[in-house]
Design a protein around this ligand. Structure first.
Ligand code: NAI
Ligand code: MG
Length: 364
């Protein structure tokens, strides 16, 4: 029996609803695949911040480092500055644990209506650089409150940072269509973006069979809306990747569907799995949250831990629940978070005979 210790941070808002939903599904999967997943809960987030003046304890990262993976809901609360919630928890985890890949699949799911008139199936991967770029601490504010007040924020791209994300994306593309699209803005951003383009080009050149197209991000945003089915793997900087992934999930139906994996590919540190969406204070506590993004992130976690079969089983189960019309309101259904979760658990049971053949055996 393989055992894994998973650090769970449900966080704020709907994180407290979708995380228990996903854990219920993961526990059922674990049972059927002879896995032991120990979920260790941490009450960190905005409520913790209001009590302690910080999002997590001083030794929070050391505590997390002892786990095999981190499963996060969302952080952010209307009465705590977003800079405190993001920079006090999520960004330090992504950086300290060298989770330099943020992998965000975008896929059409049966039973979910896309807002697009053209119903060609969409199946693409967004690979977002997760450690540097536009999200930098370098900069400052001057002359606050005066008419000539100013703010400066530096973007940092390093050869190491750009080449490793391009490398990862090119490897993914090699296993798919061989087509990689790099999001750029090298016409307007004249130092960092041409550097990004050059390093991406050089890196992809070392991957036979992969061709890269550099697309200006404004045109690429339009492309994602007009013909998303022609895109396969997109590599983008921290900010551009963030924007494109909210857009990508919206064209498939709802941001509530979108999963993400913050990966340390070397597995030297734990990786973190979380939905793309935030804490959605507008719907929190009402049982309206779509748990698919969180459940799908759980499937990505199983895959990362080496359980491809269990991951595929969980994926097939939530896809089947959606196909059978159990969706939440954001995807046009009427189910509550919990009703949808019950439908997924029942689909897990129904699909078990198809997935149990290699149960409990991690992929080598
Ligand atoms: P959001 O993603 O929380 O919500 C955007 C819209 O999508 C809202 O109308 C919301 O109701 C809807 N929505 C989101 N997830 C949904 C789900 N699972 N099911 C159904 N509808 C869903 O983004 P917003 O409103 O910009 O941010 C709210 C808070 O979350 C802020 O404090 C922000 O900083 C934080 N945030 C945290 C993230 C994280 O923890 N990784 C990521 C994005 C935002
Ligand atoms: Mg975002």
């Amino acid at each position: 029996m393989s055992t894994h210790n998973i650090a769970v941070i449900a966080g704020d808002g709907i994180g407290k609803e979708v995380v228990p939903a996903a854990i219920t599904c993961l526990e059922r999967i674990a049972e059927l695949h002879s896995l032991t997943l120990n979920f260790i809960h941490f009450d960190w987030g905005s409520d913790y911040y209001k009590r302690h003046g910080r999002m997590m304890p001083v030794d929070g990262l050391e505590q997390l480092a002892r786990h095999d993976a981190i499963f996060l809901g969302a952080v952010g609360s209307p009465d705590v500055p977003d800079t405190a919630s993001l920079w006090g928890l999520l960004i330090p985890i992504r950086r300290e644990f060298q989770q330099y890949i943020n992998l965000r699949p975008v896929k059409t799911l049966d039973g979910v209506a896309s807002p697009l008139a053209n119903k060609n199936p969409i199946d693409l991967l967004i690979v977002r650089e997760n450690n540097e770029g536009e999200y930098s601490e370098v900069g400052g504010r001057m002359y606050q409150g005066l008419p000539y007040e100013s703010a400066v924020q530096e973007t940092i791209f390093t050869r190491l940072g750009v080449s490793r994300v391009a490398d990862f994306a090119a490897s993914l593309a090699a296993g798919r269509s061989g087509r990689l699209t790099s999001a750029t803005k090298s016409n307007g951003i004249i130092h960092t973006m041409p550097f990004w383009d050059e390093v991406v080009e050089e890196t992809v050149g070392r991957h036979p069979g992969v061709a890269v197209t550099h697309e200006l991000v404004d045109a690429l945003a339009a492309h994602l809306v007009l013909k998303p089915w022609t895109l396969d793997v997109i590599v983008a900087s921290n900010l551009l990747g963030d924007i494109l992934s909210d857009l990508g999930s919206s064209v498939t139906g709802s941001i509530g569907l979108a999963p993400s994996a913050n990966l340390n590919p070397e597995m030297r540190y734990p990786s973190l799995f979380e939905p793309v969406h935030g804490s959605a204070p507008d719907i929190a506590g009402k049982g309206l949250a779509n748990p698919v993004g969180q459940i799908w992130s759980g499937a990505m976690m199983l895959e990362h831990l080496g359980y491809s079969d269990a991951a595929a089983h969980l994926q097939a189960a939530f896809e089947s629940a959606l196909r059978d019309g159990h969706g939440t309101r954001d995807v046009g259904g009427t189910s509550s978070t919990w009703e949808f979760t019950v439908a997924v658990v029942s689909a897990i049971g129904a699909l078990a005979p198809d997935y149990q053949a290699v149960s409990g055996t991690p992929a080598s």
